[in-house]
Design a protein around this ligand. Sequence first.
Ligand code: AMP
Ligand code: GLY
Length: 423
Amino acid sequence: MKILVIGNGGREHAIVWKLAQDSRQPQIFCAPGNAGTAAIATNLSIGAEDVPAIVAWAKAEHPDLVVVGPEAPLCAGVTDALEAEGLKVFGPSQAAARLEGSKSFSKEVMEAAGVPTARFRVYTDSEKAIGGLDDFALPVVIKADGLAAGKGVVIAQTRAEAEQAIHEMLDEGRFGSAGAEVVIEEFLDGEEASVFALCDGEHVVLLPAAQDHKRVFDHDEGPNTGGMGAYTPAPIATHDVMVFTKEKIVLPVLQELRRRGIPYKGVLFCGLMIGKRGVNVLEFNCRFGDPETEVVVPSIASDFVPILMACAEGNLTDDLVSLRAEAATTIVMAAPGYPGSYPKGLEITGLEEAEATGCHVFHAGTAQKDGKIVTAGGRVLTVTAFGKDLRDAVGLAYEGVSKIHFEGAHYRKDIAAKAFKYL
Ligand code: AMP
Ligand code: GLY
């Protein structure tokens, strides 16, 4: 059995790692992968966004399944192009991926499906948008409609900040065409959680909730990043929250999309805000989250291939997914300066020593150079550990981190601390 995984981050290393343990022992290819995937799969020199090259490779090699990691190729239609060649794909079609690719589409689908989300208005004209601010209290949230690499959301504390964000997006083209439309929405208070819903168009299986840590420094200070660590299960997402998420969020969205002739297959990432106003959807993503994947996917006890295949084929059932009983934590080790500019090519040591503690080291931004492993990105590695409970998992993950060295390595010291108050 041959499987192609598209992407090159910690998420994709975790996916490849899980696939490599499958009882089917698939032959795994990764486009383009990183130094971590190179050890357990064959890396291809094809960029994750090079849809024509991906399709050409797949036409020649006939993988049994293609698993798409990042949103960009999904929004560019890689699933449609591969399915047109008769291939099976884990990942939504271009039309379904608009749940992430267009925030106004996503909000409109939520509204039609009766899914709880922040009250919103959509604008393409800055004067009208600024007038529309009158309908919202401060702080107010301004979002660029399209993909903006996580930078298209402004939480404006003052009217002036809100007006500036609107001008930058609509008049100055700050995010190019991604910012040609803006969503203004009310600010929601509470705690965030990420829930991954496996979907086959109709049936849904939720994976255990995780919590990400978006700010670069401890105590949620400093600029936003792609995510500095995660843990699962997240106690904030109680059994009732999970039932609500499946029944009142995911199933109605899938039904609304089916009504429009757009079956949603793959993983629907529900970014939830849980607070005084109950459970609200902040955003949908059309892919697994990173670094949440590095704790959630290893928490799956059962084989991964049948789960992903069932999503692609439309026969997903609960019994395919069994879970490990332990808690998991992952700590991201970042390059000095991240999320600003950072050096590359720093030598990394201690990876084997970290694995010897029982941790799993997933590579996010690494490369091989002269027989050494060096940094090649902002988020460099993510170190995952399991424990009998969350405190145990956190302790073990930091023990793994302590073995790994590269110049200026930065990581947060308070991953999962937020959860301890519930335990
Ligand atoms: P998004 O890309 O829509 O998830 O937004 C990025 C981040 O902005 C989220 O993870 C939240 O931390 C924050 N955010 C987005 N929308 C809201 C909202 N309506 N209220 C409060 N925070 C929000
Ligand atoms: N960890 C958040 C994301 O993947 O978007």
